[in-house]
Design a protein around this ligand. Sequence first.
Ligand SMILES: Cc1cc2nc3c(=O)[nH]c(=O)nc-3n(C[C@H](O)[C@H](O)[C@H](O)COP(=O)(O)O)c2cc1C
Length: 225
Amino acid sequence: MEFDDVIKNRRSIRGFSDQVLPKELLKEIVALATRAPSSMNTQPWYFHAVSGKALDEIRKGNTERNLAGIPASREIRIHGAYDGVHRERQKKIAAQLFKAMNIDWGDKEKRQDWVLRGFRQFDAPVSVVVTFDQSLDDNDIAMFDCGAVVNALVNAAWSRGVGAVINGQGIMQSPVVRKHAAIPDDQIIMSCVAMGYPLEDFPANDVVSTRRPVEEVVRFVDFYE
Ligand SMILES: Cc1cc2nc3c(=O)[nH]c(=O)nc-3n(C[C@H](O)[C@H](O)[C@H](O)COP(=O)(O)O)c2cc1C
């Protein structure tokens, strides 16, 4: 696949077939992804590819805690609810996904069902939990490095016909993930990525999210014409 095709056509996949993701293919994808740049080549990341019973336990624990109303418990700082333009963009992608999945804004039951799918890592055959060295906890650059490698991971997956969605919901109950994925004590859970082969006829998989125009995101300073 051409680089441009990967970048332009990749989209988040939220419906997965039962087809097993071979370990060797996952290794190949991780090998590609870890060519990502990092600050001073520190490569602070780790990938914990979880499937089978361990992933089932995570799905179960996440669902139970969510239904019980237990507040989110992450190992990274978060900003809280988005507002302003960020909230508008959040609402836009949600509207696109809900429309594709035939979910009305007012339909609380279907919306809750969609949220729970996210907590279940969209029932993907594999969840890759991304962590980084705890010794770098006070270093925002480590977060930057994790972002770079996770972007590379989803693109590498796409280039091999594998679907993925970065899944912040999946680690909102990080103690559950830490326990069942046996995350080492000296690592911090950053995010997880649900991965597998895309399910055909799952309308959310066809949703193409919008992007801000180039003119809006870039400015040129003292630049030649
Ligand atoms: C840090 C991060 C966390 C995310 N968490 C979720 C999530 O929990 N659930 C979800 O459906 N999508 C999640 N996404 C996917 C974004 O919604 C998606 O990347 C964005 O809407 C752009 O769509 P695209 O990936 O199809 O281009 C996450 C993306 C990032 C970068």
